[in-house]
Each structure stands twice: as structure tokens, then as C-alpha cells.
Design a protein around this ligand. Structure first.
Ligand code: CMP
Length: 140
């Protein structure tokens, strides 16, 4: 199986509740290694740019608002099959549909405040990592 990199965010609803360590531990316990990490308070413009693919969705305004409402921890994760593994440990986007033991089932408040984001494919992982990190900040 291939060693991959993926992009992860611990969202403002989770940093507000002091869950950065708890969520990072769940990622590490699943075999993922944090090879870059930074705490950012993203601007509305940065949130709009990051989530541009959703700009025509009815929830876009709410999404931008919640993502710029407090600090986010942005990370690059590395490991075997990291993209799928991260999505498995995150659980379904809507926490009411997330499996037991997943981050979203354990910690998320709602679909809008769902505690974490993770890239969904190799192409998006590359774009999302490059949106926030330069190569020199990633130490694998
Ligand atoms: P995320 O994985 O960060 O990708 C896009 C985000 O949009 C998603 O998690 C949710 O937080 C949010 N989102 C998706 N669908 C809805 C919805 N129906 N209502 C509010 N927010 C949503």
C-alpha cells in the first residue's frame, strides 16, 4: 500500500472546546503521522478560497462564517493509505451518520460544526496542502 499525504483541519468548534490534543491522538492512534502543523485564525477570504468548490451551495455562507469564527489547526498527515484512513477515522460529514468511535461521532456538534476536515482524494490533498503549507514546512 502506498505512503500518502493528506490535509487535515481541526475546526474552530473543536479548538474552542480544547480538543486539539484529543483529536490529534485519535489520528496518531490510527497510524497517521503529523508531519506539519500550524494554528491559524483564517480570514473570511481565506475560508472562501479554501472552500471555493462549495461556493454555490446553500450552506456556503454558514461554512465561511464558522471557519473564520476562531482558530483552526491545519495539519499534513502522512501514512499508509493516509487519505482513506483519515476519512475513516473522521467519520461521515454529518455526525448523526458517523460510525461509533470516529472523531465526528465522538466530538462533532452538527454537520456545520463537524470538528474536522480531511481531503477526499489525492488531487484535492495536493491542492489543499499547497493552499496552506510551503514544502519547507513539511517535515516527513
Ligand atoms: P468539510 O469536510 O469541511 O467539507 C465541507 C463542509 O461543509 C463540511 O465539512 C461541513 O462542515 C459543511 N457542510 C456540508 N453540508 C452542510 C450542510 N448541509 N449544512 C451546513 N454545513 C454543511
Amino acid at each position: 500500500m502506498a505512503i500518502e499525504r493528506t490535509f487535515s483541519m481541526i475546526k474552530p468548534d473543536a479548538t474552542r472546546r480544547n480538543l486539539t490534543g484529543a483529536i490529534t491522538k485519535m489520528l496518531e492512534d490510527a497510524g497517521l503521522q503529523v508531519i506539519a502543523s500550524r494554528r491559524v485564525w483564517m480570514s473570511r477570504r481565506e475560508a472562501e478560497g479554501f472552500y471555493a468548490v462549495h461556493k454555490d451551495r446553500p450552506f456556503f455562507g454558514e461554512l465561511v462564517e464558522s471557519m473564520s469564527a476562531g482558530p483552526t489547526v491545519i495539519q499534513v498527515l502522512q501514512g499508509e493509505n493516509a487519505i482513506a484512513k483519515n476519512r475513516e477515522i473522521m467519520g461521515a460529514t454529518n455526525p448523526t451518520q458517523a460510525a461509533e468511535g470516529t472523531i465526528r461521532k465522538t466530538h462533532a456538534l452538527s454537520i456545520g460544526e463537524n470538528s474536522v476536515h480531511g481531503s477526499d482524494a489525492p488531487e484535492t490533498a495536493a491542492v489543499e496542502i499547497a493552499y496552506w503549507f510551503s514544502e519547507t514546512e513539511i517535515v516527513g
